[in-house]
Design a protein around this ligand. Structure first.
Ligand code: ADP
Length: 722
């Protein structure tokens, strides 16, 4: 017996017209409610005399032993109540409902007496009320409001109704609560159990736009569209059945305007406590609702805007991060460029210094060589002269390294090399050095090659070898307590990499700034500070870079990055490979070669050209000491005049001279006597030695010793006559 089913019966009842439909439309449901052992009986109008069989009807099957006929008879003989009492029946009836329409009583009888829960009792009273209404409509021919359609009882009810209606108008002054009811801004109205309006306050009538007369007695279906009306009726019934208040929001059109109402329904009670309909208090919350909707819209908009702002902010953060990154990479590129520029400028300066130094060293060495050559073997200062000579030769070696740093093109032709093989070769070449150090210091070194796939490179092997040797020696120096050095090859994009990794002291930042500068060293008298500057020059000439990463206390990695397939910069000019042929009998130089350095070597007529008198003098002395006949000229022009007047076996000329330079002189000499070889003697020698300009036969680097001068002269003669 659940309330939902009762509500269902109620809903069905509202649709039933005519008493004869009652049994068929509602009986089954009611019987289901009370189980099959129940008898549901509608007892005749209480006003009617017992025996009025026509209004007494049985809704459902009667449990034995009673039968419809028996009940009818019992009712007619006024024994019904007793009969019902004997069957534990419960009576629900219009008689107890405070409405104008009391048509009878609903009786339910069971075989055994039972107690009904309060809510079922209330519901059954509602159902009884609905029965009354249906029979009332039936009695009045379905037109209860028509004055002519009423019978005597209908007339009575109409009177009651009018009386009630009149009451609602008339009590204004007499009832103090009436003014409260009328003055409230909320809509207050009431309906009876049949859903008819019984009262409505001024606010509600104003909103409806109707006078009270056109509202009282009407049902929702007559005031509102069907969907709104049925919704209202359903809610009313819930309140009537449950006896509890109900709050709901409802969208409704009042007086042509769409409104939103907050409706609170209260069950209306009679003095006896039975339900007599509903009271509704509705607050117009249209503005509040609109404000809420607007607020929600604004909140949503705000949230959307917030989300957009957050997105924009995070985008901005991302962009500024990227910008920061770009700026720092620009900064580091700029730093690198500045450093490279500074090193290039230093390189140029170093070349210039080297050139001038070579001239001075040529004079010094020349003089010493001549002195040593001409002085008696037992001369006391011979050993001092030897010391000066050694110092000058050492100085020449330093100048040569300086020139290597400042040089812009590779010294020799490039070739394809396997960097891993090169690394192994370097390990072998460096081994004696680290073995010796390890033994001396009582420490251990481990030098390994870690060969990863590496693209082929074209390089000048001697230069790359020198670079790697420098790096390995530096690594050994950085590990006074021994440790491991790894030479690792690898690739990155289209670059070949070769790294020298040590576990040494690391390089402080302020030192790292300067390590590639020539003569920068932290090793005091043990370091020349030329190793890394030479390495840098070599990397530059190969269109590569030399990168350094160092962590104090953990070690340093130098990485040479080389373009992969590009043929590493070729030499400025491919030189003809020299083909010494000492055995050729017709060649005067061949004989000279055999006797190089000896006083009995062939005497050549040498035209010596240099704008520097000191150089001219010292080299002339050396040539003289070697037994050659020397004519000197301090310029190209003067040399040419000599050349036109006399025959020379060879011309030995400085490169850079005011007016005609050495190469121009060589060209003129060739034009006149192609068979006369021309050798360049120059302070820029390191740049030209391996690849002499085509106008000259050979290039000789300043400074020269007597031996190197003699060797070079003889080779020049030899090459010229091949
Ligand atoms: P030198 O070795 O004669 O000092 P370099 O030009 O080869 O000259 O090196 C310059 C300086 O760079 C060194 O004096 C040293 O301070 C630093 N350096 C080079 N290689 C390393 C290394 N692997 N670990 C620590 N410091 C190094």
């Amino acid at each position: 017996m659940d309330l939902d089913r009762i509500a269902e019966v109620l809903a069905q009842l509202t649709k039933v017209r005519g008493r004869h439909n009652l049994a068929s439309r509602c009986g089954t449901s009611l019987l289901e409610l009370f189980h099959a052992d129940a008898a549901v009986v509608w007892l005749t109008d209480v006003d009617k005399q017992p025996g009025a069989e026509d209004t007494t009807f049985v809704i459902g099957p009667l449990a034995p032993p009673a039968s419809a006929h028996e009940i009818a008879r019992a009712a007619a003989s006024d024994r019904l109540e007793r009969w019902l009492g004997s069957r534990g029946a419960a009576l629900f009836g219009g008689a107890e409902v405070e409405t104008p329409f009391v048509w009878g009583q609903l009786a339910v009888a069971w075989r055994h007496t039972r107690l009904l829960p309060a809510e079922v009792d209330a519901a059954m009273r509602l159902i009884a009320g609905q029965f009354s209404l249906i029979i009332d409509r039936d009695e009045s021919g379905g037109h209860q409001d028509e004055p002519g359609g009423r019978n005597g009882r209908g007339g009575k009810r109409a009177d009651d109704s009018q009386a009630a209606s009149a009451t609602s108008h008339a009590v204004n002054e007499s009832d103090p609560y009436r003014s409260v009811f009328q003055s409230t801004a909320d809509y207050v109205y009431a309906k009876d159990v049949f859903g008819r309006y019984t009262e409505a306050n001024a606010a509600f009538l104003a909103a409806l736009g109707l006078p009270l007369e056109q509202v009282v007695g009407k049902r929702d279906a007559e005031l509102f569209p069907p969907d709104v009306a049925s919704d209202q009726v359903a809610r009313d019934q819930i309140v009537e059945v449950s006896g509890e208040t109900l709050e709901s929001e409802c969208a409704i059109v009042l007086g042509g305007t769409a409104r939103c109402l907050l409706m609170r329904r209260f069950p209306r009670r009679t003095a006896a406590g039975t339900t007599a309909g509903v009271i509704i208090v509705a607050t117009d919350i249209t503005e509040r609702k609109q404000a809420e909707i607007e607020r929600e819209r604004l909140v949503h908009e705000l949230q959307t805007t917030n989300a957009r702002i957050e997105q924009a902010l995070s985008e901005q953060t991302r962009l500024s991060g990227e910008l920061q990154h770009s700026l720092s990479s620009i900064q580091s590129t700029q730093d690198q460029m500045v450093r490279a520029q500074r090193l290039r400028a230093l390189g140029e300066m170093a070349s210039g210094v080297a050139h001038d130094f070579n001239n001075s060293l040529t004079t010094i060495l020349g003089m010493i060589e001549w002195l040593l050559h001409t002085s008696p073997p037992d001369l006391a200062i011979r050993s001092d002269l030897d010391t000066i000579r050694t110092a000058a030769v050492d100085a020449a070696a330093i100048v040569r390294r300086l020139q290597l740093f400042g040089r812009s093109t590779p010294e020799a032709e490039s070739e394809q090399v396997d960097l891993a093989e090169m690394a192994q070769l370097v390990v072998n070449l460096a081994r004696p050095r680290w073995r010796e150090l390890a033994q001396r210091r009582g420490v251990q070194f481990e030098v390994l090659v870690e060969a990863n796939p590496t693209p082929a490179v074209r390089v000048v092997s001697s230069e790359i070898r020198e670079l790697l040797m420098n790096l390995v020696f530096n690594a050994i120096d950085a590990m006074p307590d021994g440790g491991k050095i790894v030479i690792r090859t690898g690739a990155s994009h289209d670059k070949a990499l070769i790294s020298v990794i040590d576990q040494g002291t690391g390089i402080p930042d302020e030192v790292k700034e300067r390590i590639f500068e020539p003569f920068f060293t932290t090793k005091g008298k043990d370091g020349a500070g030329l190793g890394l500057s030479v390495c840098w020059g070599i990397a530059e000439r190969h269109h590569g870079t030399l990168e350094v990463h160092s962590t104090m206390g953990s070690g340093t990695t130098f990485t040479l990055v080389l373009p992969a397939t590009q043929g590493a910069a070729r030499s400025a000019k491919a030189s003809e490979p020299s083909k010494p042929n000492a055995a050729a009998p017709s060649n005067p130089a061949a004989a000279a070669t055999a006797k190089a350095g000896r006083p009995s070597a062939p005497r050549l007529r040498v035209l010596l050209v240099d704008d520097q008198p000191d150089v001219l003098e010292s080299v002339a002395d050396m040539l003289g000491a070697l037994g050659h006949t020397v004519a000197v000229a301090d310029s190209g022009e003067s040399a040419l005049r000599h050349f036109q007047r006399e025959h020379f076996d060879v011309v030995l000329t400085d490169l850079g001279m005011p007016g005609m330079n050495g190469i121009e002189l060589a060209r003129r000499v060739r034009a006149q006597r192609p068979e006369t070889p021309v050798a360049l003697l120059t302070g820029w020698g390191a740049d030209y030695e391996e690849n002499p300009p085509e106008e000259v036969t050979r290039v000789l680097s300043k400074p020269v010793t007597m031996k190197s001068l003699q060797d070079a002269l003889l080779r020049t003669m030899q090459e010229a006559h091949v």
